[in-house]
Design a protein around this ligand. Structure first.
Ligand SMILES: [Zn+2]
Length: 280
């Protein structure tokens, strides 16, 4: 069973829980954006006091790693506006709302920070592990946030796709927070597939010694014939370099536009690459 209260978070059990509507579980990220007091102490106290009516699940400090929690995971929080009759706080099995204690342009230890992506995001590994235990997909259906601007997703996406959203993306809302968050899922970014070369790489001019036996030679033979450059007298020992290979390759060099000494055995890299000998 997943824990409904994040282990280690300061717990402010403010009551006033509400049921979720079910469906794909999600997260909504916010930034507190306070112009006067950027401290965790101030923000965490606010949602336990005058801000109870707009409380999230979590308040998290990206600089210190401090975390406070106001509702259990299976309750709705209150930091979102409805989208007409869709009560966005209740969408999904979970809609874990996180208020990052951050203000665009805030100064910490003499350094100005424009985005959460530039902070150490210290509370994130702890929160991430908890969100994973709740079975919330590590994906942004509407794309990871790139700016402090509205990027509203369709109501259809919001209702049907689980994962991570920003306040700026939730339909029916007007806020632009939390701005860029950086690469939250780190190593989970899919790597491009390893590309196997389609063609045999040039083995070097010195490789083409008479009498060498290799499947590459047979593959070259077939390509030279296919290009109309076959000067072979037979296809016996197709995988052994011989006079037929020399005559055929030189025909290929001439076909490529080379003349004189440039159109003589052994093969060079340019004509080899153009021949496109399949990998063997
Ligand atoms: Zn917000």
């Amino acid at each position: 069973m997943a824990e409904m209260w994040l282990p280690g978070a300061t717990r402010y059990n403010i009551g006033n829980t509400g049921t979720m509507n079910g469906g794909p579980a999600r997260v909504t990220h916010h930034a507190t954006s306070n112009t006067t007091d950027w401290t965790f102490k101030n923000e965490s106290a606010y949602f336990n006091g005058g801000g109870r009516g707009v409380a999230p699940h979590l308040v998290a400090d990206p600089f210190t790693g401090q975390i406070a929690q106001y509702f259990p995971a299976n309750s709705r929080a209150l930091a979102l506006q409805n989208a007409n009759d869709v009560r966005t706080n209740r969408t999904g099995k979970y809609n874990i709302q996180i208020e990052w204690v951050f203000t665009k342009g805030e100064v910490v230890n003499g350094k100005k920070y424009t985005n959460l992506a530039d902070t150490p995001m210290k509370a994130w590994p702890t929160i991430r592990a908890w969100l994973k235990s709740l079975g919330i997909a590590e994906t942004f259906p509407g794309g990871a946030p790139q700016s402090w601007a509205r990027d509203t997703v369709s109501l259809d996406m919001w209702l049907k796709q689980g994962g991570h959203y920003t306040h700026a993306q939730v339909p029916g809302n007007s806020h632009v927070d939390p701005g860029p968050l950086g690469n939250l899922f780190g190593g989970s970014t899919p790597k491009p597939p390893v590309t196997v070369p389609t063609y045999e790489p040039f083995p070097g001019a010195g490789w083409f010694s008479m009498g060498r036996r290799s499947p590459i030679v047979a593959a070259m033979h077939d390509r030279l014939v296919a290009e109309g450059c076959g000067k072979y007298k037979s296809s016996l020992d197709k995988d052994v370099i011989g006079s037929g290979d020399k005559a055929s390759y030189e025909a290929w060099q001439r076909k490529c536009g080379y003349t004189g000494a440039a159109a003589q055995w052994p093969p060079g890299k340019t004509t080899w690459d153009r021949l496109k000998v399949p990998n063997v």
